[in-house]
Design a protein around this ligand. Structure first.
Ligand code: ADP
Ligand code: MG
Length: 581
């Protein structure tokens, strides 16, 4: 691949007491002679402890307690940026980019991923939140505020003389116990209304309730199209196409059982619709062979040039003949199709589409049962699929093509909304709803929302702590207290008094004779009620992943006792000498 820049990567890796601080920087240089070169330079600097201070002369360093204090501060600051979005009464954030374009969102992970954050600990929290997003689609804000609270409580313990390794150990014990207890109080949906309620809870803060209900229906319908298939957790991202459409309101959004794309056929002379037929999908191009970058042909005679073009045309005709002999009438190609092939294809009765993205080809292959073939010359009868209908239609002035297939397994969601920011936020909410709906179809166990689970777990862990010997007890209690950040923040964001709410909730749970763990606060109606009656459910996998992720992130920060910042950029070696050796 010809690169026009000479890229140099330099990195310093400092192994010190099993910990590694890496600093990498990338710079681009144009090589004066125009030669294309790419090079990776990694510098290693090993140290033994005695050399430490000398070797780190020009390095900023934070050690021991101050390293922890600094890291915890970063985590708390980051959590502070998203905590006001938690829950159905959480407020939105407006993110303004350099160019002035703004995104309005209530989604924790979107806020974090957009923010310009430099502190390495804050970055670690962001990646924990992103990992929650990938794995569970929901619970991203919860993960961040839990991590920050676990760290704050750990800092208190360190200040009172407990060693971080004891705290880490205690946190692990508490996590294992909490996860067990979570499974114990979870249950599967008792009737048909509970699954939609769980999906609706996951997006309750992001969109208002009428829109939430509509998106929940769409998400369950789209997830239903994928049910029973094995394809991992990301299946729903791959198979469900989201298409943002300018006109109409959010409530006009719909699920289409086919693939809709803003594309129109290559040759307007070919047919616009069809009641079905045979489809070939080429995962490549159907272009005349291109001359290589640096190659050139010397034309000796006009005949030679004509011969060259004639051969290219022959090759194209052979490809079209092959498709035609396989009775293909719809051709979809990832890359380009040579202009002079257009008429050949139309004459052969084949409607062609080009420049489809790979993901869309995969969806199309799925619904039509065709194989994606790299080279059009090698296509065989087995690779051909069938489609049941094709039509073209304009949405807000743009031609769209819809292709339906008999196999199902992929759908398109048309998301409408009055402005780009509305459509994007609706898309994010739909994404969460779909992700949760899809995962719930594999594991439908649910927990009570509204802080009920966390209050119950805190009480359970406080009772469990004395069964442990040693100072780990203190860490388990700190873990229990950290869990209360969720109901506390939910209460704060709803204008309620957090202390009163937690005390009342805990009292209500203890007083209840059966299934007290399911009593939580419904911040919409404002009462302490059974969460299954209020329809506020958190899926078990969301809560499970959030708690495990937060504990892991907190422990990895606690494990750090030394932070080294390289003061200067790593020196870039003189490129000439690098090229010589
Ligand atoms: P996250 O990014 O962590 O998913 P959300 O803003 O979606 O954050 O808030 C999720 C929290 O809000 C969960 O703890 C859930 O139980 C709670 N929640 C949702 N709906 C309600 C409700 N009606 N009453 C109380 N709590 C609710
Ligand atoms: Mg949520």
């Amino acid at each position: 691949i010809p690169l026009l820049n000479l890229r140099l990567y330099s990195a310093i890796v400092l192994p010190y007491m099993n910990r590694t601080v890496a600093h990498a920087r990338e710079s681009s240089y144009a090589a004066p002679n125009g030669r294309v070169q790419s090079k990776t330079v990694v510098r290693r600097l090993s140290m033994v402890e005695s050399e430490h201070d000398v070797a780190l002369e020009d390095t900023d360093r934070l050690h021991g307690r101050s390293a922890l204090v600094n890291n915890v501060k970063a985590a708390v600051a980051l959590a502070g940026a998203v905590r006001s979005t938690l829950g159905p009464r959480g407020l939105d954030k407006m993110l303004v980019e350099d160019g002035g374009s703004a995104t309005i969102t209530n989604d924790g992970v979107t806020v974090l991923e957009t923010a310009k954050v430099e502190h390495p600990t804050a970055r670690l929290l962001i990646s924990t939140s992103s990992s929650q997003d990938r794995a569970a689609r929901d619970g991203t804000t919860t993960t961040v505020i839990l991590t920050s609270e676990l760290l704050q409580n750990a800092l208190e313990l360190v200040r009172s003389g407990v060693h971080p390794s004891i705290i880490m150990n205690g946190y692990q014990i508490a996590l294992a116990e909490a996860l067990d207890e979570m499974e114990r109080i979870s249950r599967t949906p008792a009737d048909d209304s509970e699954m939609p309620a769980a999906v609706a809870t996951s997006i309750s803060g992001k969109v208002d309730s009428v829109v939430g209900e509509h998106l929940t229906r769409l998400a369950l319908e789209a997830a239903g199209a994928l049910s029973g298939e094995d394809g991992g957790k990301d299946l729903e991202r791959l198979r469900v196409k989201r298409l943002l459409i300018k006109d109409g309101g959010v409530l006009d959004s719909e699920v289409v059982h086919g693939l809709v794309l803003p594309k129109s056929r290559m040759d307007m002379a070919s047919s616009a619709d069809s009641d079905g037929g045979r489809i070939a999908i080429i995962d490549g191009g159907m272009e005349s062979p291109q001359l290589d970058f640096e190659a050139s042909i010397e034309v000796i005679s006009a005949d030679a040039l004509r011969g060259f073009h004639e051969r290219a045309r022959e090759r194209m005709r052979a490809q079209v003949d092959l498709l035609s002999s396989l009775a293909v009438d719809l051709l979809v190609v990832r890359d380009g199709i040579a202009e002079d092939a257009a008429t050949l294809l139309t004459d052969a009765g084949i409607t062609a589409y080009r420049r489809y993205e790979r993901e869309d080809l995969e969806r199309l292959a799925r619904i039509t049962g065709s194989a994606m073939v790299r080279d059009a010359r090698r296509i065989t009868d087995e690779d051909i699929g069938t489609y049941s209908s094709r039509s073209e239609r304009s949405y807000s002035g743009v031609k769209h093509t819809r292709i339906d297939g008999p196999e199902g397994g992929a759908v398109t969601v048309l998301i409408r909304g009055s402005s780009p920011s509305v459509r994007e936020e609706v898309e994010r909410a739909f994404d969460d709803a779909l992700g949760v709906a899809h995962r719930l179809s594999a594991d439908s166990r649910m927990l009570p929302g509204g802080g009920a689970t966390q209050i119950h777990l805190a009480r359970h862990l406080r009772a469990f702590a004395p069964s442990q010997t040693g100072r780990e007890q203190l860490a388990i209690e700190a873990f229990a207290a950290a869990l209360e950040i969720v109901p506390r923040t939910l209460a704060e964001n709803s204008g309620l008094d957090p202390i009163d709410e937690i005390l009342e909730l805990s009292a209500a749970q203890t007083a209840s004779t059966e299934n007290g763990a399911w009593i939580g606060m419904d911040v919409v109606s404002g009462g302490k009620v059974r969460m299954d009656e209020a329809g506020v459910f958190d899926p078990l996998f969301v809560a499970h992943h959030a708690l495990a992720g937060a504990t892991e992130a907190a422990n990895s920060v606690l494990r750090i006792d030394d932070v080294l910042w390289a003061k200067q950029d790593a020196q870039t070696p003189d490129w000439q000498s690098e090229m010589d050796d």
